[in-house]
Design a protein around this ligand. Sequence first.
Ligand code: DC
Length: 222
Amino acid sequence: MGFVVTLDGPAGAGKSSVARRLAESLGIRYLDTGAIYRAVAYRLDGEGISSQEEEKMAESLASIKIRIEKEGIFVNDENVTGSIRSARIDRIVSGYAASKAVRGALLGLQRAQADYGDLIADGRDTGSVVFPGADIKFFLTATPQARAERRYKELLRKGEAAVYEEVLARIHERDDADSRREIAPLLEPPDSIRVDTSPMSEDEVVHRLLSLIKRRMTQDID
Ligand code: DC
């Protein structure tokens, strides 16, 4: 297993853009575990299987092959990268992510990614369940208001109509669903470094994490 960095936290804490930039700076691979859950949700939903149908999901998952390539994420031979960030997938993915069949099927795939070299993974349980032995773990958080404001500004930038109060309400709903579910709820690993990004710019978060990772990497070499 290579050097593994994990980055967990609630929706909107800025994990994926920070993780992507860290991976680029360090020249290591980025594993977006949320994208894997989204790809599975897209496929099962497309097959007409709801997140309540555990048996049907397990059956279908047995014949699904997911590949993560430079070009994107593939389900069997379909590149689904462009289809997994829709409003529909946003709405339904947490239902599938709460399923035992889905989480069990995806665990080995996520772990295997560390066999190919150094890795930075982001998600909800990468430090607690997927890579409990990671070299350095971060828990990125921010107040619901700070996260809602970022998301709201992002939507406006994209030219979408958005109401701040509605964005905030959706953040509360997702936090609730992700932290209350029985299987792999959002947990803060006790050995992770907590970073509250509310008062920080993305650049500041990246610099802070980068210096901590580099320090840990050299400690390991010494
Ligand atoms: O980070 P995201 O919005 O792309 O995640 C999509 C969904 O997958 C979200 O409902 C949380 C879930 N998820 C999870 O349960 N465990 C992970 N390691 C990553 C994502």
